[in-house]
Write a protein that binds this ligand. Structure first.
Ligand code: NAD
Length: 251
């Protein structure tokens, strides 16, 4: 019996799929035979991503600001129309916001980070779960962060939002536990993507220094874990948090 992951016929949405970790996840899902819709607010990056993924399978895109409830609902309807349904949702889009202590953190940035990193995944789950449940099988994977487990100093909004996303994962996982739709999250350590441009060099150094393996995680390593969580091989885990921190977290 083969242990290969087969997602033929499955329909996936990857938010923030235009670059970085999301693009790597989209590539893995395609390689397993799924069709994939990339949701992102960056239209030129979406076009570039489609070119990168050309020939790997059925790829669709939706230009959408994930913090806009109506836009998410419209993108859901368009994706259901294009792919014929939704089986897999990967809530990957995120921002870090600037680095500052909690007492110096700009309130506007706090609100923005919470909107993108926590409210947007809620809106995406809210809009897509009825469609996923209708299909009788599904997987939802939320891309949180080790910051949500441990709390990074000078990243209060990001740490709080990602801790919130872990909580949302646990709540929704239990709500859907009997529906054949499993909900899990991953908590990566730092990866070298465009998101690092939002942070200070000192903060990136701090995050790297905390990793016992002494290196960045590769986007393909995160994507492989997400692929497994998106597949039938993951069958008795829901509402769970999957560590991918090179040894930083011990739980
Ligand atoms: N790179 C890391 O070190 C790291 C570590 C742990 C967790 N993460 C998490 O992984 C996820 C992906 O990170 P990445 O490093 O690939 O980031 P990235 O900045 O390279 O890509 C993020 C994508 O999300 C999109 N996006 C952001 N806000 C959006 C919005 N409101 N609406 C639609 N699209 C939006 C961007 O346009 C971009 O294409 C994020 O949730 C991030 O917090 C990243």
């Amino acid at each position: 019996m083969s242990a290969a992951i087969d997602l033929a016929g499955k329909r996936a949405i990857v938010t923030g799929g235009a670059r970085g970790i999301g693009l790597a996840i989209a590539g893995k899902l395609l390689s397993a035979g799924a069709s994939v819709t990339l949701w992102d607010r960056d239209a030129p990056a979406l076009d570039a991503a489609v070119k990168r993924l050309a020939g790997q399978g059925d790829v669709y895109t939706a230009e959408v600001d994930l913090t806009d409830e109506n836009a998410v609902a419209a993108a859901t309807n368009r994706s259901v129309g294009a792919m014929g349904g939704i089986d897999i949702l990967v809530n990957n889009a995120g921002i870090t916001g600037p680095n500052a202590t909690t007492w110096e953190y700009p309130v506007a940035d706090w609100r923005k980070v919470l909107e993108v990193d926590l409210t947007a995944p809620f809106l995406c789950c809210r809009a897509t779960v009825p469609h996923i449940v209708k299909g009788g099988w599904g997987r939802i994977v939320n891309v949180a962060s080790v910051a949500g487990k441990e709390g990074n100093p000078n990243a209060p909004a990001y740490s709080a939002a990602k801790a919130g996303l872990i909580g949302l994962t646990k709540s929704l996982g239990k709500e859907l536990a009997k529906s054949n739709v499993l909900v899990n999250c991953v908590t990566p350590a730092v990866a070298e993507t465009d998101i690092l441009k939002q942070m200070t060099e000192a903060h990136v150094e701090y995050m790297l220094s905390k990793i016992p393996m002494g290196r960045f995680v590769q986007v393909d390593e995160i994507a492989s874990l997400v692929l497994w969580l998106s597949s039938p091989l993951c069958s008795f885990s829901t509402g769970a948090v999957f560590d991918i921190t090179g040894g930083r977290s011990t739980y």
